[in-house]
Design a protein around this ligand. Sequence first.
Ligand SMILES: Cc1cc2nc3c(=O)[nH]c(=O)nc-3n(C[C@H](O)[C@H](O)[C@H](O)COP(=O)(O)OP(=O)(O)OC[C@H]3O[C@@H](n4cnc5c(N)ncnc54)[C@H](O)[C@@H]3O)c2cc1C
Length: 180
Amino acid sequence: MSEHNYDVIIIGGGPARLFAGIACARNELRTLVLEKQTYPIDKACGEGIMPSGVNNFKKLGVAHFLEKYPYHLFKGISYVSAKGSVAEANFAEGCGWGVQRTKLSAALLECAETLPNLEIQEGASVACSLEENPEVSIKNNVFHPKLLIGADGLHSRVRKLANLEATIPKLKRWGCSTTF
Ligand SMILES: Cc1cc2nc3c(=O)[nH]c(=O)nc-3n(C[C@H](O)[C@H](O)[C@H](O)COP(=O)(O)OP(=O)(O)OC[C@H]3O[C@@H](n4cnc5c(N)ncnc54)[C@H](O)[C@@H]3O)c2cc1C
């Protein structure tokens, strides 16, 4: 078993986590992202990046990787209930970007691959334990990062391991996206 040293390990490589990985690497932290799927990754999503998200993409130098892909500006959100009542509002400031999920995934990966402090392993099946210190093992490697970020999605195993399960809200929300 060989030992590797990373400051941060992120389990799960969705958009939020690739973004966190880029932020860690830009702060000189040796960071490893472990993703079980292969890129680009698709997922049911309304594909809307809110203005605050767009600003953060610009701050972290991700925006120009995204701008080479088609995106649509949107100025607000409207919710339509099953009975047809509508609630809608424009953003107080700025516009959102409507971007296809796979393009977002590809752009974030391209940005991540330019950072020497950031390593991405895709197709990774990970085991981890949160006893005294976080331990992550994959194939013949064992890691003891200073920080472990559990970003393995809606049914997160890391969240379960950390006893951070929350009660699931009763009210279900349905999303459907329409293109004009
Ligand atoms: C219908 C719908 C519409 C939505 N619309 C929007 C929207 O318009 N705008 C918006 O901002 N958000 C939207 N969201 C929410 C958005 O999809 C999530 O907030 C976002 O995907 C969270 O990103 P993430 O990286 O945390 O997790 P995910 O995108 O869920 O990524 C988790 C990743 O972890 C990986 N993984 C899981 N287990 C392991 C493991 N054991 N080892 C390694 N990897 C693992 C998975 O393969 C996956 O790639 C929507 C969600 C839904 C359901």
